[in-house]
Design a protein around this ligand. Structure first.
Ligand SMILES: [Zn+2]
Length: 392
């Protein structure tokens, strides 16, 4: 048998220093000794994670063999790469890189662009390092500060369908913002048109609720299985709670028939602490978290995706559930992510490394009200397609 010693004898010391090590590396990358939380397989234990060829190839205690690169995961949480289903990461070409620093290895731009400007968003998505997708706004203008649906003629079904047809690789759904300050009394008609645009492509619709003209009992019947309600904890008028703070039966019924309820942190009008508290006390937790992130979010109550997640740790959501909402649950909403949100063997090696710190952390709602939590997740490293992402 030809062994390493014989090779050294014949080739000399210089070769020993260089080639054999490279030849001998068993894996491309090993993340050693982290607390691996992978709800997709029910794992919550200290493990090593080995990666080769951009795929997860082993998750075990004390993996033998070496790697070209090793990350020390001790004291850290090693989770599937985070998937943020409501962002505006497609607005700026530097957005995707910034989100990646926070552990976000998949994102959806939720309605920044409509038929008139979705092509720019799609170009950013195609150029992103991670998987970026977009929802086309049912308003041809995309999101506009003054509200894009006050004129219902902006909700042009044929134009939206054209936008989907020419961006099939990126556009994975339709977005409609239904608040009174966006849509006046056009909320239901805008949603009907969003469904009409999505139907031939069999795509979901995401609606943004809160302070709508119409009540949830009128809006929810227009949603089908797999559609998404974002800003789920938006306060009255016309949120998910009645005047006594009880969940509307229509809301729990919608969840039972497969409508997804998404947090959608945002900045203004999208959630307040009392609504979150009342809803979670009735067991109505998010299916998915999302940030409503954009490149300015560091300076708002969003900060980063791990910060948004930490708000639910404060409300007592178990860590494995928290990670599920930010990874596997989100991956299941859009087929583009269907082999992601997991560290299962063979999956693309997208990993979010986070640090759970103890202390006093102030969290902001959208009404300048703070609550103090005793734990906060911080981004501590990202691996994308098996490669460590360097800090910007
Ligand atoms: Zn948004």
């Amino acid at each position: 048998m030809m062994n390493r010693r014989q090779l050294v004898c014949t080739a000399g010391a210089a070769l020993l220093a260089r080639v054999p090590k490279a030849l001998a590396a068993t894996y491309d990358l090993i993340i050693r000794g982290g607390l691996v939380i992978d709800p997709s397989v029910g794992l919550d234990a200290v493990r090593d994670v080995a990666i080769t060829g951009g795929k997860i190839v082993a998750v075990d205690a004390d993996i033998a063999g070496d790697a070209t690169e090793t990350i020390d995961g001790r004291g850290k949480i090693v989770a599937p790469g985070l998937i943020d289903i409501h962002t505006h990461a497609g607005r700026n070409k530097e957005g995707p890189e910034l989100a990646l620093q926070d552990g976000v290895t998949g994102w959806i731009d939720a309605g920044s662009g409509g038929a008139d400007n979705i092509d720019q968003i799609a170009a950013v998505a195609r150029g992103a390092p991670q998987t970026g997708r977009a929802l086309v706004n049912i308003s041809r203008t995309g999101v506009t500060p003054g509200g894009e649906l006050h004129d219902i003629n902006n909700a042009n079904v044929a134009l939206a369908q054209g936008a989907i047809a020419r961006n099939r690789d990126v556009v994975v759904g339709v977005k409609a913002r239904l608040s009174e300050n966006v849509a006046s009394a056009n909320d239901l008609e805008a949603l009907r048109r969003a469904q009409e645009a999505a139907a031939p492509f069999n795509l979901p619709v995401m609606i943004h609720i809160g302070q709508t003209v119409s009540p949830m009992r009128a809006i929810l019947p227009l949603l089908k299985r797999g559609d998404i309600v974002t800003h789920m904890y938006a306060p009255a008028p016309n949120g998910i709670l009645d005047d006594q703070g009880r969940l509307f039966p229509d809301v729990t019924a919608a969840r039972r028939r497969g409508v997804i309820f998404d947090f959608g942190n945002g900045v203004a009008d999208h959630f307040d602490w009392p609504t979150v508290e009342r809803a979670v006390k009735q067991g109505f937790w998010p299916d998915t978290f999302s940030t409503d992130w954009n490149v300015m979010s560091k300076t708002t109550g969003v900060v980063d995706f791990p910060n948004v997640i930490s708000k639910f740790i404060m409300f007592g959501m178990p860590l494995s559930q928290v990670v599920a909402c930010a990874s596997v649950n989100a991956a299941r909403v859009f087929p583009s992510f269907d082999n992601r949100g997991t560290l299962n063997l063979g999956a693309p090696a997208d990993v979010a490394i986070m640090e759970l710190r103890e202390g006093m952390f102030e969290y902001l709602d959208n009404y300048k009200s703070t609550r103090t939590g005793r734990q906060r997740l911080f981004p501590a490293g990202t691996v994308l397609a098996g490669k460590r992402v360097r800090r910007a």
